[in-house]
Design a protein around this ligand. Structure first.
Ligand code: ZN
Length: 236
């Protein structure tokens, strides 16, 4: 199965993987944008509002209640075959970078080294005053507003609504994409900007789209696969 994709990967040496929420949902992480996912009746404010910079600053305690409840992953969540295959391709010198819109850190957990986390990571947390860093476990085990030893509020290194992407991360991702010979795009409808706009920087030979639904870029792709990314990658 997927002989075309096997051949493309065989002939590539600078693959960049660009992944969306679909890559994580296959590990059992709900997409907070899907109506029956994290849009719980428990919260009368929409998740996009709670996960905004303004809400974080004004209603910090409520933000953390939602954040701990809905955004953090428990220990049962593990990388899926796609994460592991990508780490393996990097080790073999085939893959240059992973660019992801997910904040769960599963690519690092699977062994990937060069990962551009466009929306940040729940595993990194910083004191807003002294910049001291704190682990995911610290946020999980604290109550109310997590505080630094200096008394400052600890903020997750996650890009909230109204906040810009990190310049260093964006620059690194764009450089990798512009230098790639093959781009694998998976688990994203490619409708979320600015991340989706990054695809325009790709000028390599092979654009491969792996997604269950149609995307606006299907016509530009060399290969379109309608399957789950975990299934596809475990066939390679
Ligand atoms: Zn501090």
């Amino acid at each position: 199965m997927y002989e075309n994709l096997k051949e493309i990967i065989e002939n590539s040496s600078k693959i960049v993987f660009f992944g969306g929420a679909g890559v994580s949902t296959e590990s059992g992480i709900p997409d907070f944008r899907s109506p029956d996912g994290l849009y719980s009746q428990k919260y009368d404010v929409p998740p996009e509002t709670i996960l905004s910079h303004t809400y974080f600053m004004r209603h910090t305690e409520k933000f953390f209640e939602f954040y701990r409840d809905k955004m953090l992953i428990d220990d049962t969540i593990k990388p899926n075959p796609a994460h592991y295959k990508l780490a393996e391709l990097e080790k073999k010198g085939k893959l240059a970078a992973v660019v992801t819109q997910n904040i769960d850190g599963l690519h690092y957990m699977a062994g990937s080294k060069t990962v551009y986390e466009l929306h940040g990571s729940i595993h990194r947390n910083y004191c807003m005053d002294c910049k001291k860093s704190y682990s995911l476990d610290y946020i999980k085990s604290s109550d109310g507003i997590p505080r630094c030893s200096c008394g400052g509020i600890i903020k997750p290194d996650v890009v909230l609504y109204e906040e810009g992407l990190d310049d260093n991360v964006t620059d690194g991702a764009l450089r990798a994409i512009s230098e790639a010979d093959t781009m694998l795009v998976a688990g994203t409808s490619l409708t979320v900007y600015p991340a989706a706009g990054m695809l325009r920087y790709f000028s390599g030979s092979n654009l491969v789209l792996i997604n269950l639904a149609e995307t606006p870029f299907d016509g530009k792709a060399n290969l379109v696969i309608r399957d789950k990314i975990g299934n596809v990658m475990s066939c390679l």
